[in-house]
Design a protein around this ligand. Structure first.
Ligand code: NDP
Ligand code: 8X3
Length: 250
């Protein structure tokens, strides 16, 4: 029987690339996102495998509960949950950042991921198999100016992933945190409130990671033998590395 993968944030970027790659490998898909039209188009495109579309907002616990309760019988035994829905909003320093933006990032990147995980984990534990693949970020480990709340949400994802592994010890359920660096998706367009020029400037003159690069990593970690747990994968494009510490000289 085909394996089942639930992908949040399947309407764009990494999530969409994961949907295409796993469909090509014969997995059946639960595609999640808020943009219903995009979900429908993607489902049509991937019609070679069973697809269930779930249109909801991961920030709303009641919607997540409804989605899980409404999973069709043949999609209930979830093998892999890719907690990918997420976003950054703004790049202002903390002292001028928009508090509302911080709330949206916390609600999506942290609370949405918690809701999905908590509701799908019991089934995985009962079946003694399953895999939670979280989408962290290099921003969860490495600080940068303006990364404030976004980076902190991804640090949460990293430590939650580690702690999940402890709780799941002996259950056979796996946990992986994938931590990408600069990758060209709709990420920067969202971060800059739809300003495409500003978003394009982020990638200008670089060869960033692509969504397919990340989907291939998700597929690789999911297809390791059952006794192998890839704890974390940090990945950057070759064009990206670190700067020296900033020193304020008087
Ligand atoms: P995109 O903006 O291309 O995709 C983000 C996805 O998240 C969309 O499908 C969007 O769907 C979904 N999403 C956002 N908010 C919600 C919500 N409240 N409820 C449900 N779905 C939501 O960005 P990426 O593919 O780049 O981002 C995917 C993940 O990767 C994010 O967690 C991001 O933080 C992380 N990441 C991105 C990096 C990059 O440089 N691109 C690097 C490191 C990590 P919809 O709007 O239809 O709901
Ligand atoms: C996305 C990568 O460096 O823009 O998580 O924060 S970065």
């Amino acid at each position: 029987m085909a394996k089942t993968i639930v992908i949040t944030g399947a309407t764009s970027g990494f999530g969409r690339a994961c949907a295409e790659l796993f469909a090509g490998a014969g997995w059946q898909l639960v595609l999640c996102g808020r943009r219903e039209e995009r979900l429908g188009q993607l489902a049509q495109q991937l019609s070679g495998v069973p697809v269930h579309c779930a249109c909801f907002d991961v920030r709303q616990l009641a919607e997540v509960e409804k989605m899980v309760a409404a999973l069709p019988e043949n999609f209930r035994a979830v093998d892999v949950l890719v907690n990918n829905a997420g976003l950054a909003l703004g790049l202002n320093p903390a002292q001028t950042a928009d508090l509302g933006d911080w709330e949206v990032m916390v609600d999506t990147n942290i609370k949405g991921l918690l809701y999905m995980t908590r509701l799908l984990l019991p089934g995985m534990v009962a079946r003694k198999r399953g895999h939670i693949v979280n989408t962290g970020s290099i921003a969860g480990t490495w600080p940068y100016p303006g990364g404030n709340a976004y980076g902190a949400t991804k640090a949460f994802v990293g430590q939650f992933s580690n702690n999940l592994r402890c709780d799941l010890h002996g259950t056979g359920v796996r946990v992986t945190n994938i931590e990408p660096g600069l990758a060209e998706t709709e990420f920067s367009v969202v971060r800059f409130g739809g300003d495409k020029d500003k978003a394009d400037a982020v990638y200008a003159g670089t060869e960033p990671l692509t969504a397919v690069d990340i989907a291939e990593i998700v597929h690789w970690v999911a297809c390791r033998p059952a006794h192998v747990n890839i704890n974390r994968v940090e990945v950057m494009p070759v064009c990206q590395s670190w700067n020296p510490f900033a020193i304020d000289r008087q």
